[in-house]
Design a protein around this ligand. Sequence first.
Ligand code: ADP
Length: 594
Amino acid sequence: MLKFRVRLTLIFITIIGLSVTAAGIFMMSVLKESHLTEMREGMFRQLNIISATVEWKSSGSDDEIVEYFETEALRIKQFAEARVTFIRADGLVLGDSDEEAEAMDDHLSRVEIQQAKEHGSGTSVRFSNTVKHNMLYVARPVIEGGQIVGYIRLAVGLQDVEQATWRLWSYLLSGLIIVFLFSGLISYRIAQGLTRPLERMTKVAQQISRMNYRARVKVRSKDEIGQLGNAINLMADSLQFQVNRIQEDESRMKSVLDNMISGVLMIDRLGHFVLLNRSAEELIGFTSQELLGKKYDEAKQQFELTRMIEDCFERREPIRDEIVFYFPEERTLDINLAPMTDGFGDWHGVVIVLHDITAIRRLERIRSEFVANVSHELKTPIAAVKGFAETLLAGAVNDLETAKSFLQIIFDESERLNRLIGDILELSKIESKRIPLQFSPVHLSGFTDKIVHMMQAEATKKKINIESYVPEDLYIEADEDRLRQIFINLLSNGVNYTPEGGTVGIKMESVGSGRDEKVRIIIYDTGIGIPKKDIPRIFERFYRVDKARSRSSGGTGLGLSIVKHLVELHKATIRVESEIGIGSRFIIEMPVLQ
Ligand code: ADP
């Protein structure tokens, strides 16, 4: 396909060329015709003179007549500068200035002679075999006594005329070529002027289609082409605006989806995964690359999910279920499937939202376990109180000795109940973080001395020695009350689980430096120790290694649990080292600055 510009140029050139050629041809024929007419008229005039001056000889022998006309023909040719032929009425050539008369055929059939016979004069242009070029013939009859006795004919070669015509033609042709070139050049420029803006617009439109929405047409005129350019620019503006908006919306939606804690998946009406956010990848344990574009029942993925999607495809109504996935890790997921329909009720596929409810379920379990434990723990002392009170009422009150010991038990049990309730309340307060910590610098040496002093009475009762090694210059940023609670809980455990004559101690040292500076607090005893298998569990609520012993020592099973929480509130860590029969060491590492 030729370019529009070239086609336009060719059309221009053809129109110009055709009109110039037509004009040339017309001019040529007019010129040639007028030239011929002029020649013809001159020759007729000569013919008239010749017929007036030449006597038509008809007497004598044929040879004489022929000789006469031959001589006359040659004579006349001298001044007429044309070929002269004398022809008898019957067509026999009597004399010719250029040829041998006897050798010439019957001339009656010649066009000019026929015309002369009928109209009194005749003319024709013809290729002459005798002289081998075009000749102009004119003839008129010779009339004597009302009768045609013969014809006189003049003939002139047309080579001059033809030469002149050819010369004219060549002028015309070269003129034509020049006009052609010029018109070609001019029309090319005009076409270019017309098509260049169109080409530029085409280029811009192509760029826009290749998603370069910044491409614009430079509008130079106010005509239709300029208007087209403006229209393209406006279109590009609105396209750019809309694409920007779509991209913005898309990235906003993507960031929302990617930052959602819930997993979102989308499946089109044919069952292909079309969207999968980051949380969904994590929850179901398969990546976008593995799933996008694949059919839900062909892709390798969670079996339960496939089953639910299938269900939703069949029933086309929302489905909700709680399912435990064992891969990539054990999780409880709340899975919601909803069919997607557009405003016209057309079905588009399924959207799936996954919520990780593992933590919620675990918390619920812990809570209900806790409630069960608490009820159980409360029941024991209450049962004791009730039992002994009943026995007293049934008559034991009369035996003073028994009554006293029973009342002592009732008192101890209610005391334990009180402690238990106190600990439970404390734990729930700490856990719900209702009371914020009040951090202040604590001088550890002085602080430890006070606590040791407080514990002294209890220790002395069991003949246990309490020792402490705390560097004088050690300070820490902590909530003093809570810190005290940690120490007391650990120390009283030490005293409780150490047989008479043993030792309980506190040792502190500074570890790390700069921002990581910590204080290592070791509370140790030379007690009964904790079996290896129980160590991971002793910080659990109500967990006791030996229930009877804990109870007899007045323990609630909540002390270490409270310690662990308080330690964590101080961004510290706690661990235990213990050996049966030798003793235990609780090691806390607490940052100096909070
Ligand atoms: P309790 O009120 O029973 O002491 P804790 O939460 O303080 O409850 O401790 C949990 C369990 O850990 C105790 O029942 C005991 O078996 C064990 N335990 C705690 N501290 C020591 C220790 N210093 N020596 C030996 N066993 C200990």
